[in-house]
Design a protein around this ligand. Structure first.
Ligand SMILES: Cc1cc2nc3c(=O)[nH]c(=O)nc-3n(C[C@H](O)[C@H](O)[C@H](O)COP(=O)(O)O)c2cc1C
Length: 244
């Protein structure tokens, strides 16, 4: 439990490889995660080949971890394997829809995060790449994902070659609601975000981006409405193309 409190994302890796036995052991642990109906509606694509990583890189906006990590994991929603089993056993599956996309997404993230916790426990460093759902169409092509399989989360894994400081979190009182949801008064927001806003790195972030507040760096620079709407379109179209 204490090691969980010490964790941090690692983006720089040693060139040392990860033994296949260790990865298999971690994946076996990850597959003990809870899974809806014990159906395991996920698949994991393991990318070790340098050429394939190079082809994945543009989909991840060339974030250096894709090519520098010894192994890249793409955790995919997979309703295909289960549907195939049903058909081969005189059962008609009905899993190509939004409900099962969401359920598969929950299953997939549970296995991904369990894998990450297990990997960090063994001294490995991990980084999630959110770019997977920005450019799912490109990842479908590179990883040759068939119908009813959808890339949801990418995790780069390697032996740490950095020890960055931990980044802040909101205080627990910002997150936890006793019994029912308690909405935030303006003074609560001021109090709960005060520490984050006080950090020198965030002051620097505001200055570098020529903004007035930290929130504007998020809305106007990092995660804009325009980008999100364009990515939503690709996401939706790829979901349909993959049969959901
Ligand atoms: C869904 C998701 C997507 C993420 N995408 C990226 C990414 O594309 N690039 C990156 O460097 N870090 C990415 N991260 C890592 C976060 O930036 C990191 O977890 C966060 O800043 C908190 O830092 P910590 O994990 O060290 O506590 C992602 C994390 C999550 C959960």
């Amino acid at each position: 439990m204490d090691s969980l409190k010490q964790r941090r994302t690692i983006r720089k890796y040693q060139s040392k490889d990860i033994p296949a036995d260790l990865l298999n052991d971690l994946l076996e642990s990850a597959c003990r995660a809870s899974t809806v109906g014990n159906m395991q509606t996920y698949s994991v694509i393991v990318t070790r080949d340098a050429e394939r990583k190079k082809r994945l890189a543009p989909a991840h906006f060339h974030q250096p971890m894709v090519e520098s990590a010894p192994v890249v994991f793409t955790f995919c929603i997979d309703l295909r394997r289960f549907s195939q089993w049903c058909r081969q056993r005189k059962a008609e599956p009905g899993y190509g829809n939004f409900e099962w996309f969401v359920t598969g997404a929950i299953d997939t993230l549970l296995v991904a995060q369990t894998f990450c916790v297990a990997a960090e426990e063994r001294g490995l460093g991990i980084c999630y790449l959110g770019t997977t759902t920005y450019n799912p169409d490109q990842i479908v092509d590179v990883l040759e994902l068939p119908e009813l399989v959808f890339p949801l989360a990418t995790v780069t894994v390697g032996w740490p070659d950095e020890n960055p400081p931990q980044v802040d979190r909101l205080p627990l009182e910002a997150i936890v609601h006793e019994e029912v949801y308690h909405d935030y008064a303006p003074a609560d927001i001021d109090r709960l975000y005060a520490y984050k806003e006080s950090l020198p790195e965030n002051h620097q972030f505001i200055a570098e981006n020529g903004k007035e507040t930290l929130a504007q760096v998020f809305t106007d620079v990092r995660y804009t409405k325009k980008d999100a709407e364009a990515m939503s379109k690709v996401l939706w179209e790829t979901m349909k193309k993959q049969g959901f």
